[in-house]
Design a protein around this ligand. Structure first.
Ligand code: 5AD
Ligand code: SF4
Length: 469
């Protein structure tokens, strides 16, 4: 009797990731889905048998990049290079039919974020000559079907990891495509999240960042069918041995529950850094954006968060030039930034997204006005970010040492407030959390030195010297 064996020829996979952290996570999951089918990731596009563009649709510029990259790939194919091209992510979801039509012969597969578990099957169909278009929201749970990453693969990805716990959004802010591209809000069951986190910790991951477009709306079910909030999920994650730090992003102000705020006071592993976008400081614009809260409500929320965790570092997203935004509205945005004081902030010019309510609003703001407002806001947030770095000089912070630094003998790590920290330290300390005295602050990072036990706690040295031999 002869036994049939299918030999898997190793193939090279190149994924180019655009946009947010969830796309970074998704790209890894695509690689995990293809690993059992003989695909190995390559950092070199020219070596690839399969090129996947994992795209972002949030602003016009992000979408445009995809089309110019597709043009470049088409040229390579015209020169005789033989590889398959897939377009994934939110542009695929939003403009899939258009891409499939316009890029015929240049693209083999177009598939949205809910189809990644079907990737091996999609490739098989494309290999048979089909132009694959998969942008439905399939009824099955993709996470149940995506294979877990191998331990050594997780190790290769570093000591910090993303973990998607929630996807999609029901908020329908009037500027945003996410509810259309990522669909309705869903939460992964608690056991699934804990399993993945344990696997990450087991492979040496020390810090996880829970991801969701609206992560603090998390309401995954536990084994008894009870909905668990993000604060409780973080408490359960904190029990996992080896895991030193938990973060989460991105949050909506109206989902910042008392339970989650309280978790910041009680859970030592939950880091004191919160990305809580407000988008605008003007009530009129917040209403037009359908943000569902006022400026005063946001400020009251910040006060409650600071009461629970006084050293909480705040981060935000801001859009300038939303339709109808006057100079006075913009000044309100400047004033809320001054009032809150952000440790970090992301600023954007409003970008018309077809299909969203904002796209058809009258009173669009001219480009030059947007540009001027953005520059003004950037000056302010840059000064605040530097100020925050400077305010840390002289403080001793817990730093997770993550990787070799840029200079020899240096390590790179992160403070609790997500600042990049450079420290002179031996590589043997990678993966540990050290007490670090911050000695200098630059534009994008801070510098420190490890504080020895004796420096940290001189009293204990005296006591131990006083002990009888
Ligand atoms: N134009 C500009 N910025 C946008 N964002 C989302 N949609 C748009 C848009 N149409 C920003 C918001 C959001 C961040 C992820 O991107 O600030 O919080
Ligand atoms: Fe987009 Fe966030 Fe608003 Fe949802 S809450 S619509 S993801 S900006």
């Amino acid at each position: 009797m002869t036994q049939e064996t299918t030999e898997i020829r190793p193939k090279k996979l190149f994924i180019k990731t655009y946009g947010c952290q969830m796309n970074v996570y998704d790209s890894d999951r695509m690689a995990d889905a293809l690993a059992p089918h003989g695909y190995e990731p390559t950092p070199v596009m020219d070596d690839a048998d399969l090129v996947v563009l994992n795209t972002c649709h949030i602003r016009e510029k992000a979408s445009e990049k995809v089309f110019s990259e597709l043009g470049r790939l088409a040229e390579l194919r015209a020169e005789g290079r033989n590889f398959m091209v897939g377009v994934a992510g939110c542009v695929a979801q939003a403009e899939g039919e258009e891409i499939a039509r316009r890029a015929k012969g240049r693209v083999d597969m177009v598939f949205g974020p809910q189809s990644y578990h079907r990737l091996p099957d999609l490739i098989a169909r494309a290999e048979r000559g089909e132009m694959v278009l998969e942008t439905e929201f399939p009824p099955e749970d993709k996470f149940e079907h995506l294979p877990p990453a191998q331990k050594q693969v997780i190790r290769g990805r570093g000591l910090t990891a993303f973990l998607t716990v929630q996807e999609g959004c029901d908020k329908f802010c009037s500027f945003c495509v996410v509810p259309y591209t990522r669909g309705a809000e869903t939460s992964r069951p608690v056991a699934q999240v804990l399993d993945e986190a344990r696997r990450l910790a087991d492979a040496g991951v020390r810090e996880i960042t829970l991801l969701g477009q609206n992560v603090n709306a998390y309401h995954g079910l536990d084994a008894t069918g009870r909905a668990v909030g993000l604060g409780e999920l973080c408490a359960q994650l904190a029990e996992i041995e080896g895991l030193a730090r938990i973060r989460y992003t991105t949050s909506h102000p109206s989902d910042m529950s008392d339970e989650l705020i309280a978790a910041h006071a009680s859970n030592d592993k939950l880091m004191p850094y919160l990305h809580l976008p407000v988008q605008s400081g003007s009530d009129r614009i917040l209403a037009a954006m359908n943000r569902r809260h006022t400026r005063a409500e946001y400020m009251a929320l910040i006060a409650r968060i600071k009461a629970a965790r006084p050293d909480m570092a705040l981060s935000g997203d801001f859009i300038v030039g939303f339709p109808g935004e006057t100079d006075a509205d913009f000044e309100e945005t400047m004033s809320i930034v001054r009032e809150v004081g952000y440790a970090s902030a992301y600023t954007f010019k409003y970008s018309i997204r077809p299909g969203t309510p904002g796209a058809t609003m009258g009173d669009q703001v001219p480009e030059d006005v947007k540009t001027a407002r953005l520059a003004q806001l950037n000056d302010l947030v840059t000064a605040q970010m530097r100020g925050f770095g400077k305010s840390c000089v002289g403080r001793t912070l817990d730093v997770l040492l993550e990787k070799p630094g840029r200079m020899p003998g240096q390590l790179g790590g992160r403070s609790p407030y997500l600042q990049a920290v450079h420290i002179e330290a031996p590589e043997s300390l990678i993966g540990t959390v050290q007490k670090v005295l911050i000695v200098a602050a630059g534009n994008n990072s801070i510098e420190g030195k490890i504080v020895t036990h004796a420096e940290r706690n001189p009293a204990s040295v005296i006591e131990s010297q006083a002990l009888p031999a």
